[in-house]
Design a protein around this ligand. Sequence first.
Ligand code: ANZ
Length: 856
Amino acid sequence: MTERYNHKTIEKKWQNHWEENKTFKAEVDPSKEKFYILDMFPYPSGAGLHVGHVAGYTSTDVVARHKRQKGINVLHPMGWDSFGLPAEQYAIRTGTHPEITTKKNIDNYRRQLKSLGFSYDWDREVMTSDPSYYKWTQWIFTKLYEKGLAYESEMLVNFCPALGTVLANEEVEDGKSVEGGHPVERRPLRQWVLKITEYAERLLEDLETVDWTDGLKKLQRNWIGKSHGAKVHFSAEGEQITVFTTRPDTLFGATFMVLSPEHPLVNQLTTPENKAAVEAYQQEISSKSDLERTELSKEKSGVFLGTYAKNPANGEKLPIWISDYVLMGYGTGAIMCVPGHDERDFEFAQKFGLDIRPVYEPKPEEHPELVPEGMTAEQVRQEVLAGERVWPNDQGEAINSENEEISLNGLDVQAAKRAIARWLESKELGEITVNYKLRDWLFSRQRYWGEPFPILHLADGTKRTLDLNELPLIPPPLEDYRPSPDGNSPLAKVQNWVEITDEKTGQKALRETNTMPQWAGSCWYYLRFCDPKNDEAAWSEMAENYWMPVDMYVGGAEHAVLHLLYARFWHKVLFDCGVVSTSEPFQSLRNPGMITSRSYQVDSGAYVEECDVEKRDGKYYHKESGEELRSQVEKMSKSKLNGVSPDEMVEEYGADALRLYEMFMGPLDKEKIWNSEAVSGCRRFIQRFYDLVCSEKVTDETSEEALKLGHRLVHGVGKDIDALLLNTAIAKMMEFVNGMSKLKSYPKEVLRMATQAVASFAPHLAEECWEILGGEGELSYAPWPEVEEKYLQDDMITYIIQVNGKVRSKLDLPKDQEESAIVELARENHLVAKHLNGSEPRKIIFVPNRLLNFVV
Ligand code: ANZ
């Protein structure tokens, strides 16, 4: 009997070995193929890593280690996205400098990651809150500014009084801050904005060039939200109102207009009698989020301004209203309303008694889904034509749509769109356009714990960016990290930092007191990893050229639109500046499925974990108390799951067991349910593997059977890793152990092969076994074993070949051969041919995998 595998001492031993030897140090080597594999770097929170992080990090580590086995030069770095709100909130509560809190959290994260045996090149660690890092974040901002992509604007922003800062649209959900869930209101404030909209089309187009999942691409496409349509100009009281519409072909059906309550023309277009009502309405909706405003089910509200616009197609008077369902941030903030064919316009028109005119012939008989129960198609048709029902379909033929110059009547939607667009353009009444949902990126925050803007506001009213030799611009020390309630950044309080005399121009100057949002540092960290210690430049051309793009990027799908869109935008700007060589940063991207945990409520009201549940006769019971489970299943939230720390698992079962379990749970991209106890199964596998290696049956001799097991394992695991089927790779390892245990002896050669196959999943176990088995050189770089095809072939079968029932020959062939193949081979065999004597057999009897009998 061999001794128990002691994961505590063995894992520590090899972690020290890797650290002392810098085993995973990556260096530029143009003679070698490269592979850049990146995890989304974490924000080091106080809670530490949870088991959900470990799944993603293990998957990249498996791939990184495997690529090294294949002789590829691997860059696999790790760092910290260390600016962020929680450290600042903590500073506000306790007065502890965010740097101190952050450092403590990072130390904990680093310890945790090292305890899991990940093969990072720790010499490349970066931290976005380090001045030597954000010096370059500030430098990139100066590039954006020079290109005219950063501008200041007085704008309506999402202001969160509780957090004392503005938030990007992406950081607000249902009128509340994503961080902390505090109410958010709309306020006008001077802000820095980045012109991401200028890159909308390229951000969309280049999605075609990357290997991302369809789901992710779709999320980005929807976020960018491209619509084809037209701008149409309406005149009103000597002013021009321009609308964006995707249906210019319905222009003859426009019977009123609605402006967003924030539209700049509202004031001018409001008659004195309506002023009070308009202002009251504006006030009322100012605190509502876009989502609340545009909810379909919501009762429509609005106010008439008292004035009219002219429909350019038929000269009709269109009353001008404001309503919250028209958003200032989309299109032009004004719409032409076609209640005959647009649901929201229809509801609005019904509520306020406005005209409704259909401009497409309804065909309810072709759309039974639009015919309510109890009504005939003809009744629906009549109601639509009478303006009593909305016809939301974009097929059919236009009606009611002609003037002296143009008639759309009889045209289908596509033809009508083309015709009206030509007419509008010829009269300079409008133009074809595309519109994007994407807004410019609100880029300033009123916080302490973020990158200060490298900008000076000079006394003569101009601005200048700081030169490289003036960077990094470091914020002053503070006593009080609180932002002021007027929306000013805490930095604004430090007079002698803000008010300076600019040495370069000799002018009095004010520093910019806003700071950059948390997303800034993560927009380019993958570039810094290429050359993290460079003092002269953000990265060298040589390093960037060699390592970029990131070949495989792994991280949570929750970053589908924020981080991933922002980073792609910056990357394209840097590409246009000629400082990066690829137009996309992340060649392939994968999202590990969430790891969740379920708990069930039992009759007594208590919650029990999944692993304590037992199924009997179709019902579920708590194993211990025997109580039946209540029907509702409580899914534990992600934050609750933070309770499962990898530390406990590493302590009890070891890092390798945890790594194996996380990969064995299921396919990488699927959601999986956590079960702490199940880790023990993987721990048992480790012991069994170790037992094989330490067994007295280990020999220097080799055997066919063992070689077969070994080659199949290496072949299968290699294929699975390449396809990212990490769970099935582990199943193959378990099969190997089962198969091997049955043999009389365990050839060293085969055990070494198997050790290499498990090495990227359970690296500590593998190192230990490699040492015991006398493997040559550093395991991490030992070349991946060559697979010999002959061992992969399915089991050989000896076919008995008979002529008239007498055995004449035997053929060794892979099993499951077709009858025809064996007949052919048998006939060529001279022993058989002799007895066949050139004659056609009368009959052939074939028993699969056993025998072939020619009857002559
Ligand atoms: C007339 C019309 C007739 C419209 C019709 C639709 C159907 P997407 O596809 O999302 O781009 N719209 C334009 N700007 C808006 C704003 N700021 N707030 C709310 N709604 C706005 O939607 C474009 C359509 O949404 C536009 O086309 C406009 O209504 C509305 F049978 O114009 B449409």
